[in-house]
Structure formats: C-alpha cells, structure tokens
Write a protein that binds this ligand. Structure first.
Ligand code: AMP
Length: 427
C-alpha cells in the first residue's frame, strides 16, 4: 500500500512525503481509513509502530474544514507525560505544515498564562496531560463541549500513572457525539472496561511491536555492588565507545547524584526526571538531541516513549522494578534499524526483578561480575531460550574485588579489572 491510496488531502500527503516516508506502517494502513470513516478505534500498538501519525494525519484532514471558537477546542489528545505530549505536538506541526490549524499544548510546569492566551484564540487541536487540563477546566479557562475527536494515547501508561480517574472525569465532560480513538500497548482489564464505557462499536486494530528491542539491542548484564556502580559506569563509558546514552535509575534523587558525579568526572551529563521544571526538561532534551549533552541520566517517567534517533547506548544503573520498563528503557537505543547496546547493573536483591524481565523478554541473562568472570551457570551473557549463545565464554580473571577496599576500587577498575581476561563483548 502507498500513502497515495489512503485518501489523505494533497497538503497532508505533501508533508508526509517531505518527511521521507515511503509507505504507511501497518497501524497507519488500518487506522487511517477507519478514522476517515469517523469510526471509533482501539489501537493495540506501542510507540515505534508509527501510531502517532496514524491518528495525526486523518485528524489534520478532518479538522481542516472548520474553525475553533474561543476557549472551545475542537479535538483533544490526552498523553500521560509532558514529553510525549510535546512529541505529538511536534507531529502535528510536521504533518500539518500546509494546513492552518491552531494547536495548543497544555502541560504542567509551563506558564498557565501563555496557555490561557492560546486557548482564548481558539484551538483546533489541544494536546494535554490530564492534570493540567482539569486544572484549567476547573478555573473556567476551557470548555470541552465542542470536542469532536478525542484521542486517549498510551492508555496503559495512564493506568500505571494513576490517571484513570482523571481520564474518566475528562471524558464525562465531553459530549457523547464525538469520535474516540484509544491507543494502548497492552490491554489490561481496566483499559478494556474504559473502552467499553467510552467507545462506540470501535474498530479494533492490533499490530505487532515494530521490532522487539530484545532483538535489535545487544544486552549485557554485570553484577556489581551498589557502592561500585559509579566506578563500573565510568569504566564502561570509557571502553564502550559511547556516542550518547540514556542512563536509567530507579530513584529521582539518585538521578541528580549520579549526574553530578559524572559531570565532576568530566562527562557532558545532565539529569532528567519528573521533579524538574518543565522548561528545564525541555531544554535538557533539546541539548541531548543536539549532542550538547552526551549522557542523559534519567528516571523512567521522564524518558518513556521518547523518540531520539541514533542513541548508541542504554545503561540500566538500577534493575527496573517493572519488566515493561526494561523493554522501554533498552528500546531508547537500537531504533530505526540501528544497532544499540544496553548494559545493566544488578546487585543483591534484584533477583526477583531479573526473573520478571527474563520471562518477558524470553531470554536468560548471564551475569558477569566486574572481574569479567561469569557468575552464573551458562557461558553467554544473554542467550535466548532456544540456546543460541551470543557471546563466547570468558576466561576467569585474576583479581577479585571482594578483598579490595572500596577506596582502591576505582584504580582497580581502570587497571587489571578485566585485563587480558576481558570477555570479547567488553572490549
Ligand atoms: P511512533 O510509533 O508514532 O512513536 O513513531 C515511531 C517513529 O516512526 C517516528 O520516528 C516516526 O517519525 C516514524 N514513522 C512514522 N510513520 C512512518 C512511516 N510510514 N514510515 C517510516 N517511518 C515512520
């Protein structure tokens, strides 16, 4: 199928072609015609499948005819995080460049005054996170009676983040004569119920994940105690030819500490987490995209779904407590046909999280300690359950860290940690 066959307007087609896309992705090929027929749609699809354009393109055409009234947006896209909302807004800019649609982004942490001003001018597309939208609604700055198209994106993440009551409230404020599109990577019961309650005879579309990161990303696991993680990271950053990397941590306060430590070591690092002011988050992301920052030290919520091209590495400084987060994290690299490498540090107490990840990705991790010797039963660091080993067995190393004082550790890491015994994948 070609984009030309989808019945999109010439202006939208032109913008798509300028973007360089050859043909629609499976979700686009299925969702666009259904949306054009004004049907409700449930799309079971993850980021990376092209789902954003699958709703953005037909929405642009559907909205191109009318005009928005003051404070009464004509369509609403709900996103779980500010970054995802910004990404969707960018999509509307790119694909809607030959249309005159007004767009507003309502996210927490940015000036409410500016957002109100935009709403007063009348917006065709409103992209919002649930909290800020309700806030402005309760202040009387926005009316939802004119919404004709509602998109609930990343519904399962909304659920994880506790937004479902907000979503229910928002949907109850929108007239039932509307088109509703809901996208979710998974379909837990709560989301199923939501679709039954709010969608009318939806067309159900399910697409396979674009390419599982578990296949496009080489994955490595190192056993290291918490106190030695910084030094291990420093060493890996030096030996891995890191162009740029996401470094994921489980706790926000540790994000700041590790980022500071890396900066002191001379790396171009910056933190990114949900407690930072939005202006700072946006600026940091932009610097990372521009290669002004090499290492983005972040929490999960700040980085979900981010589509940044050419990220060479992901480091899991902590094992994530949710297996899904692991897949999201490593999926920040190995995008768009590029290869990526993902490292994870595991320490005592992480076993149950590791088990959950292994089940999800259907692979077994084989842990190596920092001496470069294997600590588990098998020889490969990550092999699939069918047994095709990815990495050859490393030899045993000479020195042990258990008998070293922590203060000597840095030096040891630089020195003979791996030495000649360094496994091939560590070189
Ligand atoms: P999404 O799943 O919406 O986050 O999109 C993932 C990536 O795929 C983004 O970088 C899009 O720019 C890209 N993309 C979307 N549609 C297409 C297409 N038809 N062909 C190639 N790339 C696309």
């Amino acid at each position: 199928m070609k984009f030309d066959d989808l019945g999109l307007s010439p202006e939208t087609l032109k913008a798509v072609k300028e973007r360089g896309y050859e043909s629609p992705t499976p979700i686009q090929a299925q969702a666009i015609p259904a949306i054009q027929m004004t049907r409700d749609v449930v799309g079971l699809a993850q980021t990376g499948t092209g789902k954003t354009a699958s709703f953005t393109l037909p929405m642009i055409d559907a909205l191109s005819g009318g005009r928005a009234k003051m404070r009464m947006p004509r369509s609403l896209v709900l996103e779980p995080t500010r970054e995802l909302a910004a990404q969707v807004a960018e999509n509307f800019d790119v694909y809607g460049k030959y249309h005159k649609l007004n767009k507003a982004l309502l996210v927490g942490g940015e000036s409410m005054q500016d957002q109100k001003k935009l709403l007063d001018q009348g917006v065709d597309v409103l992209i919002a996170t649930p909290g800020r939208l309700l806030d402005l609604f309760e202040r009387g700055s926005i009316l939802l009676n004119d919404i004709k198209i509602l998109v609930i994106d990343e519904a399962d993440r909304m659920l994880d983040m506790g937004f479902i009551p907000d979503i229910e409230k928002i949907v109850s404020l929108i007239p039932p004569m509307r088109q509703t599109l809901l996208f979710s990577a998974t379909m837990p019961n709560e989301i199923k119920k939501l679709t039954e309650k709010f969608l009318n005879n939806p067309k159900e579309i399910s697409v396979a994940p674009a390419a599982s990161p578990a296949e496009t990303v080489e994955q490595f696991l190192v056993k290291v105690s918490n106190k030695n993680k910084n030094a291990a990271l420093d060493q890996l950053l030096k030996q891995e030819k890191v162009k740029n990397a996401f470094i994921f941590l489980n706790r926000k306060r540790d994000v700041d500490t590790v980022s500071k430590w890396l900066k002191e070591k001379g790396y171009k690092a910056a933190p990114l987490h949900g407690d930072m002011p939005q202006v700072k988050r946006t600026a940091t992301l932009q610097q990372f995209k521009n290669d002004e920052i090499q290492l983005l030290v972040c929490s999960d919520v700040a980085a979900r779904g981010l589509d940044i091209k050419d990220v060479s590495h992901v480091f899991n400084y902590d094992v994530p407590m949710s297996a899904d987060d692991y897949v999201h994290r490593i999926g920040r690299t190995g995008r768009a046909g590029k290869t990526g490498r993902a490292w994870m540090f595991a320490s005592e107490g992480d076993e149950k999280y590791m088990d959950a990840i292994q089940k999800l990705i259907k692979r077994e991790f084989i842990a190596f300690d920092l001496k470069g010797s294997k600590t588990d039963q098998e020889s490969a660091i990550s092999k699939d359950r069918k047994g095709d080993d990815k990495v050859k067995k490393p030899k045993k190393s000479k020195s042990s860290y258990s008998d070293k004082k922590p203060e000597d550790w840095d030096e040891e890491l630089e020195g003979d940690t791996f030495g000649d015994d360094i496994p091939a994948f560590l070189r």
